[in-house]
Design a protein around this ligand. Structure first.
Ligand SMILES: NC(=O)c1ccc[n+]([C@@H]2O[C@H](COP(=O)([O-])OP(=O)(O)OC[C@H]3O[C@@H](n4cnc5c(N)ncnc54)[C@H](OP(=O)(O)O)[C@@H]3O)[C@@H](O)[C@H]2O)c1
Length: 243
């Protein structure tokens, strides 16, 4: 493998694919982990040179396997990026526990389970960077997506605590709040262009965020301002808004 290696958890996502391309272009070795590896194979087959790329099957739901899975990888990646997530169907989830639980696992408990394992290895090695793709949806609960939003809020709080806990070991944790991204997750939604990032922009922002040891980044800076305003709206007004 190359000098530095990045593990991408959720490599079949549009953001995961852009991250893989970006890090590869910067000379990193890649460990691409995805539930559906054939989706990753499909884009890898278009790459002229696949040296330094390892493809692994990974399911965030398989909590009991995560420790063994990471240990069996055979290398310790320098950077781990947790990208997987699931927007889900808010309406369906309010009536159907399986859908609700899938949202919670894919955005929170699955991420906590695997990152706990990674964090403990990095803590002992006193080295490593962890990045988590969270969401502005976690900054304040809204009626349109509070299952997804609350899971991302939990993930944001987890990453914050982990950063605090790992500082003295020299391990860094980056929280990424992308705003809207133009991916298959949002296909069919009418997203405002100026507020919507492309997956390539997210990849570059994550790369720079890890390199410069940033704590929390909003991929498009306008989102920091938007969320500041949203968080400041008094609750007696906020609860009446159709958001
Ligand atoms: N798109 C947006 O507007 C937006 C905004 C803010 C944050 N985000 C976050 O950005 C990240 C990337 O999203 P995206 O937009 O690139 O979405 P995407 O293309 O829909 O990708 C989601 C990925 O998560 C994977 N996944 C879901 N549950 C999993 C599980 N249990 N185990 C393993 N993998 C699982 C999916 O795997 P399969 O291919 O097997 O289904 C898929 O690769 C997510 O965390 C998302 O919440 C997205």
């Amino acid at each position: 493998m190359a000098k530095s290696t990045v593990l991408i958890l959720g490599a079949s996502s549009d953001v995961g694919k852009s991250l893989a391309e970006y890090y590869y272009s910067k000379g990193y070795g890649l460990v691409l982990a995805a539930r559906n590896t054939s989706l990753v194979e499909a884009y890898l087959s278009k790459w002229p040179d696949r040296n330094e790329v390892k493809l692994l099957s990974f399911d965030a739901n398989e909590f009991s396997q995560h420790k063994e899975w990471f240990t069996n990888m055979g290398i310790v990646p320098d950077i781990t990026i947790c990208v997987f997530g699931y927007l889900g169907d808010q309406e369906k989830a309010s009536r159907n526990w399986d859908e609700c639980n899938r949202i919670l696992i894919s955005n929170y408990s699955g991420a906590v389970s695997i990152l706990n394992v990674v964090a403990e290895v990095y803590r002992v090695k006193k080295k490593g960077v962890i990045a988590g793709i969270s969401s502005v949806a976690g900054d304040r609960g809204r009626q349109s997506n509070y299952f997804y939003g609350s899971a991302k809020a939990g993930f944001t709080a987890y990453l914050s605590g982990l950063r605090n806990s790992l500082l003295s070991s020299g391990v860094h944790v980056l929280t990424v709040k992308p705003g809207f991204i133009n991916t298959k997750m949002t296909a069919g939604l009418n997203l405002p262009k100026p507020l919507t990032a492309q997956p390539e922009q997210v990849a570059k922002a994550v790369y720079l965020g890890c390199k410069n040891r940033r704590n929390t980044i909003y991929v498009l800076p306008i989102w920091r301002l938007i969320m500041l305003v949203i968080k400041w709206i008094p609750e007696f007004i906020f609860k009446r808004l159709k958001l």
